[in-house]
Design a protein around this ligand. Structure first.
Ligand SMILES: [Zn+2]
Length: 236
């Protein structure tokens, strides 16, 4: 696949998903001059084990954290939709938002997570919002953004149908690509640390141990220090 240089849209379920799964790759693309945009499909309002925390307050906090983290990564934009955490469904209303964003940003690349990944190593299984976000992203690219008869009202607003060239899916069991992210682990962890509500106490230390170890394991497969793993589809 030829090297892409155009805009990127990352579509994820929760405010910190992009950083955890693909923060190194997003930072690398920003450094290469690509415009990288983030669309978060839920507000993350159940991302706490503290029963006294009000969900609306948590959603407000997480929206701010998302903006802070996007600043660290150098994203061109970051938007969080209002759907509650745990309630994401693949509906026309959600796809309308994603298709509209694709037609506005006109990304060469859409990055999300693999909706077919249910189980990981017989140790844990994937959050339903993650699986759904992957399906929403795929369905919004095809058959969605590229076909003027889907959400045709967008055309009346001045937007046009848009064909995405490639799709990158993280958190996958069907990986076919290792992206060298050597030199970008620090910014990935720095961005993740901005999601303060999620990494309080020892939380960030957990990620500081786990994410570099995971990136080193992936890096070994292509002979680099750090890599992130994806299932990449070339649609062009
Ligand atoms: Zn998540």
């Amino acid at each position: 696949m030829e090297e892409r240089t155009g805009p990127v849209l990352a579509v994820f379920a929760h405010p910190d998903d992009a950083e955890i799964s693909s923060g190194g790759t997003l930072a690398k693309w920003v450094a290469a001059g690509r415009q990288v945009h983030l669309l978060v499909l839920t507000n993350g309002d159940r991302g706490s084990s503290d029963p006294s925390l009000h969900r609306a307050e948590l959603a407000r906090i997480r929206a701010e954290e998302t903006k802070d983290a996007a600043g660290v990564l150098g994203l061109a934009s970051a938007r969080v939709l209002e759907t509650s955490d745990g309630e994401l469904e693949n509906t026309p209303k959600v796809r309308d938002e994603v298709v509209r964003t694709i037609r506005r940003i006109r990304p060469q690349t859409v990055l999300s997570c693999d909706p077919t990944a249910w189980f990981f190593d017989n140790r844990y299984y994937n959050h339903s919002d993650h699986r759904t976000a992957g399906v929403v992203a795929l369905d919004s690219v095809f058959p969605g953004a590229g076909n003027p008869h889907y959400f045709a009202e967008h055309l009346a607003e001045g937007l046009e149908a848009w064909d995405v060239h490639d799709i990158w899916l993280g958190w996958t069991n069907e990986l076919n690509h290792h992206e060298d992210v050597t030199g970008y682990l620090d910014v990935k962890l720095a961005a993740l640390a901005r999601h303060r509500s999620q990494v309080e106490g020892d939380g960030i230390r957990f990620f500081e141990e786990w994410l570099p170890r995971e990136a080193e394991e992936a890096g070994k497969k292509i002979g680099v220090q750090h890599a992130e793993e994806f299932r990449v589809l070339d649609l062009s």
